[in-house]
Design a protein. Structure first.
Length: 146
């Protein structure tokens, strides 16, 4: 009987410890059921779509790409990270030719589509469409060779 109580006690303790989260783990969580469609019509690239925060606007290190190795002409689903109340995002891309692309103030919501297009660095744009395919915004993109 003592062994059974001891085993049950150990299992309950283990279950309790496994269900606890640290504050660091909570900060790292992302709501993955929120996603968008990204269409790349520019060049093969790594893409970051991040909430527009002061920290994200000031840094040049964005961590793991939101979309890694997006091919030209490819459409991919991408997670939409929780943004501040205004729902604005930034787009950063670095393509395989060493070009950098940046756009700020992009309004996005789950289910929307973001498409980057253009074939001249000075004329790259981002178009955003809602879940019904209605254009909600066009944004100029800063693009330059690194």
């Amino acid at each position: 009987m003592k062994k059974t109580v001891l085993i049950v006690g150990c299992l309950l303790t283990l279950l309790f410890l496994c269900s606890c989260e640290t504050e660091e783990q909570k900060d790292m969580q992302v709501t993955h059921n929120r996603s968008i469609i990204f269409i790349n019509e520019v060049n093969d690239a790594d893409v970051w779509i991040l909430p527009q925060t002061g920290e994200n606007l000031k840094t040049t290190v964005w961590g793991t790409p939101t979309i890694s190795k997006a091919k030209t002409g490819e459409s991919r689903h991408a997670p939409l990270y929780d943004a501040e109340d205004d729902g604005l995002y930034i787009l950063r891309m670095i393509d395989t030719d060493g070009c950098f692309y940046a756009a700020d103030g992009i309004k996005l919501e789950p289910g929307w589509t973001i498409e980057i297009k253009g074939n001249v660095l000075e004329l790259i744009t981002v178009e955003v469409k809602d879940e019904k395919g209605v254009l909600t915004g066009t944004y100029d993109v800063f693009a330059a060779k690194l």
